[in-house]
Design a protein around this ligand. Structure first.
Ligand SMILES: [Zn+2]
Ligand SMILES: [Zn+2]
Length: 399
């Protein structure tokens, strides 16, 4: 059995290095699929430790493989490395030097934690049964419309060797540093995006009888869509349908020929999602038809729901309790937000958990994606200790 206490002490001892890494990535944020510098820093460091390294997996991702001295399963650890199109408003010495781009979600912390875990795994080769596959993933945020996780899967990240389990974490600014949320089951929603095109017939704003007004039709569709969640989805099933964007018209006295709407659907269950999109299809086409217009619905799933498996989650919870204390693991409602770690967890059982990074006393309270987002860096060694212990203990506890 790997000594958790030793790993914890070693993670704590590298706190300064973890902060230095995190601040370096924070100063040099890169948008999704453009993480060239970030990927280079990661790959060079993994090579220096002796990892077998693949660059350019899923465009700008990096994979590091480490084999232990004894045979055993392959454990995958995933860290996302991309930043967001946000102009940073913090005035720290490590603020973003890349205008309009910022690590506003904490993926700089994830990347630093990944390098810390890599260090500890390499140091404990003789205690490792099996392989550890470190997956540094680009574009979790879906910049440009597609995500990093499916790109890495398409490039074979779940093969040669195939991981038996996958672990990952997110620093979490809704939760004080020193606490964690580690729960089995559905933790984050599926994210779907839809577009509705309404085709009417334009004309003069004062002569509506000779037109089919797509703005009126779009308005009817928006209202009718509100019944999908309230009247079709079972009351105990969480689901959201939001029309977030309406585009139509060019002047106050013109009835435009078309209207376009975009929005999002969130669920925790693929059957509920199918029910919603089926009802949307019927409402969109039939409401338009009733008003003499036509309308077309396009729906695509960005991320599936994120579901944690029982056994790996119990292992992470046990380790988190040992490291943070029994009362530091707090219950939480699942989030309607999405996370592309879900793509791996669809294929490989695993656990994605949330590590507190808020510090009320220090004013580190801004939410993810906010221009003043910043974290308590005390979370870094805690994340390293939990994930390194999980990776090293998995082979021991399951086999
Ligand atoms: Zn984010
Ligand atoms: Zn994130």
């Amino acid at each position: 059995m790997i000594e958790r206490k030793i790993l914890q002490e070693e993670a704590q001892a590298m706190a300064g290095q973890l902060v230095a890494w995190r601040r370096d990535f924070h100063r040099h944020p890169e948008l999704g699929f453009m993480e060239v510098r970030t990927g280079g820093v990661i790959a060079d460091y993994l090579v220096s430790l002796g990892y077998t390294v693949q660059r350019h997996v899923g465009k700008t991702g990096v994979v590091g493989l480490w084999a232990g001295d004894r045979p055993g399963p392959t454990v995958m650890l995933r860290f996302d490395i991309d930043a967001l199109p946000v102009q940073e408003e913090n005035e720290t010495e490590y603020a973003s030097q890349n205008p309009g781009v910022m690590h506003a979600c904490g993926h700089d912390a994830h990347t630093a934690i990944g390098l810390g875990v890599a260090t500890l795994i390499a140091r404990h080769r003789q205690e490792l049964a099996g392989q550890v596959k470190l997956v540094f993933q680009p574009n979790e945020e879906g910049h440009g419309g597609s995500n990093g996780a499916p790109a890495m899967i398409a490039d074979g990240v779940l093969e040669n060797p195939a991981p038996e389990v996958a672990f990952g974490l997110h620093v979490w600014n809704s939760l004080e540093v020193g606490y964690a949320i580690v729960q089995p089951g559905a933790m984050m929603a599926s994210t779907g995006i839809f577009t509705i095109q309404v085709q009417g017939q334009g004309g003069h704003g004062a002569i509506p009888q000779h037109t089919v007004d797509p703005i009126v039709v779009a308005s009817q569709i928006v209202l009718a869509l509100q019944t999908v969640i309230s009247r079709n989805v079972a009351p105990m099933q969480p689901a959201v349908l939001t029309v977030g964007q309406i585009e139509a018209g060019s002047a106050f006295n013109i009835i435009p020929p078309t209207a376009k709407m975009m929005g999002t659907v969130r669920t925790f269950d693929s059957e509920v999602q199918a029910l919603i999109t089926g009802r949307m299809e019927g409402i969109v086409t039939k409401v338009a038809e009733a008003f003499g217009a036509t309308a077309k619905l396009e729906f695509s799933e960005i991320t599936p729901p994120l579901v944690n498996a029982e056994t790996p989650t119990a292992l992470v919870r046990q380790i988190a309790e040992e490291i943070l204390g029994k009362n530091a693991i707090v219950p939480s409602e699942p989030s309607m937000g999405g996370e592309d770690m879900a793509f791996y967890l669809q294929k490989v059982p695993g656990c994605f958990f949330f590590l507190g990074s808020r510090n009320e006393a220090k004013g580190l309270v801004y939410g993810h994606h906010h221009p003043r987002f910043d974290i308590d860096e005390g979370a870094l060694p805690l994340g390293v200790a939990i994930l390194a212990t999980a990776a090293l203990r998995y082979g021991e506890s399951i086999h």
